[in-house]
Design a protein around this ligand. Sequence first.
Ligand SMILES: C[S@@+](CC[C@H](N)C(=O)[O-])C[C@H]1O[C@@H](n2cnc3c(N)ncnc32)[C@H](O)[C@@H]1O
Length: 298
Amino acid sequence: MKVKYKQKKSKQLFVKENVSPNQVYELAINKIYNMDCIEGMKQLSNNSIDLVITDPPFAIEFKAKRNNYNRTQSHVLEGYQEIPKEKYYEFTLQWMKEVYRILKESGSMYVFSGWNNLKDILNALDEIGFITVNHIIWKYQFGVVTQKKFVTSHYHCLYVCKNEHKRKFFPYARFSKCDKKDTGGSLHYEDKEDVWYIKREYWNGDQKTPTKLPAELIKKILLYSSEEGDVVLDPFLGSGQVAVVSKMFKRQYLGFEIVKEYYEFAKERLEKDIYRIKSNFKENIPQSLELFDVQEIK
Ligand SMILES: C[S@@+](CC[C@H](N)C(=O)[O-])C[C@H]1O[C@@H](n2cnc3c(N)ncnc32)[C@H](O)[C@@H]1O
């Protein structure tokens, strides 16, 4: 099944009133930007974003081309931008402060984090004044095999908001009260538990960035916490997954990515409406796979 719809034309939207003219970037929705997200968000007006879904850098000296997760190294784009550990808390405070200012009262943010820097993320959320709604665990299918400790095979996702009374949430967006599993249990209940079993995606032979969130994870958040036409921001786009899946589900998108190669990769996916880009290394020609197909990402 192909999903077809018209994306709204991008229009100039967010320009803060008190910014001097030479500082103004013409930020528009349904666009992404190759820039530092803190600088980018400074250009956005207060209370203008409906939903933030983001997976900030980890500060664990992650090496983009390390052969972890059995990836074929040659297809992984280089340049992953890391933050030194000692600067991580200050960096986290800075970007989160901007998110707090630009998020609507009805809005929410979902922040992904490994366990290594979780305390910085949690402390920054509290210091800034976000209200924690849920602490979700994303359980994926495997981790890197270890000899002397247990294998990490989960990620944390902090679901937070500004105003608990105004926060949007659509409890029956995916399953009604009566939807049952084959075994008889409630699908609605299972989907609403705070441990999410969602597989990572393998893009064998396709171009990719070193880390990417599975589309199913983003889809779940979009359906529970936003409506068609809402503006979804990802300050740390990487491969552009949040923007691409938002577009697929008729949300408006906006995002920043500091690494040019990743930005260009995400931009190509968005502009051509393709989910995956095949790499043909023999002839060095990227082939576009038309995968704006919901079946494909389930
Ligand atoms: C963990 S990855 C995000 C992966 C993304 N969720 C995906 O599905 O592909 C974090 C990204 O943030 C980018 N980044 C790091 N610092 C940044 C900054 N100050 N502004 C914008 N992007 C930044 C990194 O280059 C990296 O691509």
